[in-house]
Design a protein around this ligand. Structure first.
Ligand code: PGA
Length: 251
């Protein structure tokens, strides 16, 4: 089954209004010329400006996280209701930086996924093992456990709005990429987990992105793997010069 490739840029803690608008605007021609899905996830403060800049183009706009509560006493957090007002299309959840620096667990990520889906958003759910877990031979075990916990209570119909991003923690922002084969092996493990939890049909349809030091010079080989359906890109998504060749890897 042909799965449409999905290339997403996670801008993390980058992008004043001027920078964010300029970068989003620069990506429009490449996104229009591409058959792949393209997403940018600016910081919250630039979402409205980026939405406006990409209006009428196929570029989707994402948020990098959301609160697990719709409203209440959560100083500094942003609610699904606020993201809905901004017209956000997709919410990235469970990124390893949220887990590492903000103590997010799969249980919390599961709550956030359910809330985001309830409000009609698509989500990109991130998982991946640490270096210690990989060295201990536990990469597969970790992503299986994470996926099961994160998907608890989700129906097969819900999966139509869920993308998985496999991001080995040791490969994020480090310049180290999993070899395309090693990445693909874990993608297969994740896909089998979806088949086990749901059906083969659901597993065949789900989009699994790879993330971790994706660059113009390694994107082609990664995307050529049977079970890699896209990329979640940090550093290389911050410049049109490096993100455009990733969007257009198949041109
Ligand atoms: P990187 O980040 O491309 O800078 O490694 C990927 C990510 O964290 O999504």
């Amino acid at each position: 089954m042909a799965r449409k490739k999905f290339l997403a840029g996670n801008w993390k803690l980058w992008g004043t209004l001027g920078e964010a608008k300029a970068l989003a605007t620069a990506l429009i021609p490449a996104a229009k010329a591409s058959e792949n899905r393209v997403l940018v996830a600016p910081p919250y403060t630039a979402i409205a400006a980026v939405k406006e800049a990409v209006k009428g183009s196929p570029i989707l706009v994402g948020a990098q996280d959301v609160s697990a509560l719709e409203t209440g006493a959560r100083t500094g957090e942003i609610s699904v209701l606020m993201l809905k007002e901004l017209g956000v299309d997709v919410i990235i959840l469970g990124h390893s930086e949220r887990r590492q620096f903000h103590g997010e667990t799969d249980k919390l990520v599961n709550e956030k996924i359910k809330l985001a889906l309830k409000h009609g958003f698509e989500v990109i759910y991130c998982n991946g093992e640490t270096l210690a877990e990989r060295e201990a031979g536990k990469a597969a075990e970790v992503v299986i456990r994470q996926t099961k916990e994160a998907f608890a209570g989700l129906t097969e119909a819900d999966l139509a709005k869920v993308t998985i991003a496999y991001e080995p923690v040791w490969a994020i922002g480090t310049g180290k990429t999993a070899t395309p084969k090693d990445a693909n092996d874990i993608h297969k493990v994740i896909r089998s987990t979806v088949a086990e939890l749901y059906t083969k049909k659901a597993a065949d349809a789900i989009i699994i992105q790879y993330g971790g030091s994706v660059k113009p010079d390694n994107v082609k080989e990664l995307m050529a793997q049977t079970d890699i359906d896209g990329a979640l890109v940090g550093g290389a998504s911050l410049k049109a010069d490096t993100f455009i060749p990733i969007i257009a890897f198949d041109k």
